[in-house]
Design a protein around this ligand. Structure first.
Ligand SMILES: C[S@@+](CC[C@H](N)C(=O)[O-])C[C@H]1O[C@@H](n2cnc3c(N)ncnc32)[C@H](O)[C@@H]1O
Length: 293
């Protein structure tokens, strides 16, 4: 297997990756049964937490000493019930042996409210107890696999990986609140129905937590945003994605828009395992059925 590959199969088994062979994990797990993207994907909340626990153990195995796993997650509101996903995933990763290092809040622009305009309830009933705010944020949870030895990094690689401090100041990377525009939900986008994150998120995380030439893993690769960004930043890219129906989207996304910057998609191996599934058409049908109701 080459240095860059995506496996179509379940991330609960990352047998293609040797122990401690990955330097950074950037991912957003499937949003637990999210009505717009993953209706009824999981039979229960416990099944979702079980998946996260098994993946956390695999990540602990494949990550090098001292390295980071960054997860973009949010609590989920389904049929009026709010599921404490941020808290539960934090607990799972701590119990797996990771150090809880940071929580960054990703704020989307105010015009973007895809989930629901819950705050309108109070306008109809302007009295106490009718308060349900609209959600504009997600959490970026940062976990660390023990202590990092800064001295082990080759000085030349360190120089090549220098962070642009002007950008760090101007775009306010130094705050634990990141204001970043989301991928806009228009119908023609490549990432329709995938709940993709904007490349700015993996871009910042990759620059802040990995060195040039190292390997970045996304165990829930989706459309391949992390993989594409990693390659653009001179890192190796490895991914897992269970849904075989996304293969073509990943291929198209990895086409270089700036050939000088991006290494060719041919450099990435596509591996199809027996445990890959066909999910998207079914999920999209479920979403459409709900919208018609
Ligand atoms: C929120 S999306 C990731 C989107 C991605 N960050 C992007 O920008 O396109 C989560 C992905 O995890 C995939 N997935 C769900 N369960 C999985 C599993 N057990 N193993 C691997 N991938 C899985 C889903 O099919 C979905 O594409």
């Amino acid at each position: 297997m080459g240095k860059n590959f995506i496996v179509f199969g379940d991330a609960q088994n990352m047998a293609e990756l040797a122990d401690h062979s990955v330097h950074l994990v950037v991912t957003s797990p499937p949003y637990f049964n999210a009505p717009f993207d993953y209706p009824d994907l999981f039979p229960s909340y416990e099944a979702f937490l079980q998946l996260m626990e098994t993946v956390a153990k695999e990540l602990k195995r494949v990550l090098s000493q001292g390295r980071i796993a960054a997860l973009v997650v949010d609590d989920m509101l389904i049929n009026g019930q709010k599921y404490p996903i941020v808290a539960d995933i934090t607990k799972i990763f701590i119990d797996t042996g990771f150090k809880y290092r940071e929580r960054i809040v990703w704020i989307k622009p105010e015009g973007y409210i895809r989930i629901s305009r819950r705050s309108g309830v109070l306008l109809q009933h302007p009295y106490p107890m009718y308060y349900y705010p609209d959600n504009l944020q997600e959490s970026i949870l940062i976990f660390q696999n023990g202590d990092f030895d800064y001295k082990q990094i080759d000085p030349e690689i360190r120089q090549k990986s220098r962070i642009d401090v002007q950008q760090y100041q101007q775009a306010k990377w130094y705050l634990n609140v990141w204001q970043i525009t989301n991928v806009l939900p228009n119908n023609n986008r490549l990432e329709k129905g995938i709940a993709a994150f904007p490349p700015e998120i993996p871009s910042r995380l990759i620059q802040l937590f990995s060195y040039v030439g190292e390997t970045v893993l996304d165990p829930f690769a989706g459309s391949g945003t992390t993989l594409k960004t990693a390659l653009e930043l001179g890192r190796n890219a490895v991914g897992y994605e269970i849904d075989l129906e996304l293969m073509d989207i990943v291929r198209r996304k990895l086409q270089p828009d700036q050939p000088s910057l991006l290494r060719q998609v041919d450099e990435i191996e596509f591996i199809i395992r027996d445990d890959a599934r066909h999910l998207r058409s079914h999920l999209q049908q479920q979403v459409q059925k709900r919208q018609k109701r």
